[in-house]
Write a protein that binds this ligand. Sequence first.
Ligand code: IMP
Length: 199
Amino acid sequence: MKLPHGSTLVVASHNAGKVREIFALLSPFGIAVKGAAELGLAEPEETGESFAENAILKARVAALTSHSYALADDSGLVVPALGGAPGIYSARWGGEARDFGLAMKKVQRLLVELNKHDYAAKFVCTLALSDPAGITEVFEGEVRGHLEFPPRGARGFGYDPIFVATGMKETFGEIDPEAKHAISHRAKAFEKFSKAVLL
Ligand code: IMP
């Protein structure tokens, strides 16, 4: 699907940082970006069983209630040795307090308890675009690497301090944010989205 010049895109997220980032990306294309909070849209419960299901669910609800195009994302850390956990539960592992120090400890504890030696991991970002009728398209990006403990660096967020991308030595918590943005799962998903839907 193509986003027509002059259309409005609702970003189905209450995260002001995300909305700002998407605004910066799309404004050169003549697309007006609005945040879900700005429109008073409720945040649906993430009941899906995959990143794509959750992103589609959020995008469709926002599109159908606002009668415009809507974009939603879902992302997280996937550790194959843990059966893909924390995966879609990445944010929830931080608990109410969004304590990712605790979440990172849980990842380490499970790897040790389950006697796993494969520390391979990836970050995944799935974007879903819905048209006003609820027809959706999905774009996925990932960055592969491995986990290192204890956590290092305070520059990123979430699980960044334990993630080292393939070919790097420093964690995502230590590297320059620009360097992360150049190779991140989110950047890759947005690149696919831009190529596919922007005129
Ligand atoms: P979402 O906002 O519901 O997609 O939650 C994604 C969760 O996955 C975040 O709370 C982070 O814990 C984790 N996550 C996603 N992307 C990244 C990243 O780039 N670095 C570190 N953690 C991430």
